[in-house]
Design a protein around this ligand. Sequence first.
Ligand code: NAI
Length: 339
Amino acid sequence: MKTVKIGSVGLGRLGHEHAKNLATQVPGCELAAICDVDADRVKEVAEELGVQYTYTDFEEMCRNPELDAIVIVSPSFLHCQQIEIAMNNGKHVFCEKPLGTDVEQCKAAEKVIEAHPDLIFQLGFMRRFDKSYAEAKRKIDNGDIGKVVLVRSYTQDPRSTIESTLKFAPHSGGQYLDMCVHDIDLIRWFTGSNVKNVWAIGGVFEFDLYKELNDADNAAATIQMENGAMGFMFTNRTHAAGSNVETEIIGTHGTLRIANVGAKNLLNIVDEHGSREEYYPDFMSRWHEAFVAEMVAFTGHVRDNTKPADLTVYDGTAVSEAAYRCKESFETGKMLPIR
Ligand code: NAI
């Protein structure tokens, strides 16, 4: 089996998780290079994971002829330009969500990917690789719940990680582009349809920073799909018990629910607070297996020269576009069509 040699850019919250997974948990792959503008961080992670090549300049890393593929986990506004640099240097690309922070960037990335049909591109919608979400999709495709009528999806980060969340907020693209993209991706995936109209509402209930960013700390949106199905999403960063992502899919002949409660393990705790189950403390632990699975899939595609069937750059554009329209709808108070 050929070893796939990977260079990874961005060694922050998620970049470190991906780097660790690539170095230790993904068979047939070698984390051969890492890059971050923070030289101390690069040195620290290289020592921790035993990485051969280190860079503070992304383009320089992409010129390393030994690398097969680049994993992009840098701030969202850099994604599309880094896709272009990587592909122009002949590298396969895995890129974190969102594809871009505006539609023009996404369209430009589409052109780059179309210009390199021999290269593989995969986007970081890892929920699709979670066992429960994948099983829900199988049941829907099998017709088990009839026609999908409504998808309700909540994404709540825990209050315990609020400090890093606030630090990340200014370059995140805002709540809709940063958080709701996952929910929009799921709604498109489960309904098998594109977004037609969005109406987004929200407010600043606690953190004034979001006012300065023209954003909300609690945000919601109702969306209507081209096939008539409905979607509802809610996001915030202050869930009391841990990371909470729950999704409900209502069909004409049944309902599927994927929730967090009790999912961390089967432990039931009975104490002075009553009877309870523990939540995953943060998104990293909730999605750890999915983060590994998406990298196993990506390196497999690179090794076998196959492309992800239903997770394309066009999904990335469609999701970012809907998320961006949600942001505009929130700002104007109007229900907006997707252009
Ligand atoms: P972060 O802010 O913790 O880390 C970003 C890192 O990139 C920092 O170490 C920074 O020094 C580095 N960096 C900045 N500019 C750079 C440049 N020009 N070249 C090289 N390195 C550079 O951000 P975090 O949370 O790790 O997020 C990174 C990306 O991952 C974002 O696009 C975010 O949307 C995505 N993400 C996805 C998640 C998911 O659920 N799939 C969860 C968290 C983040």
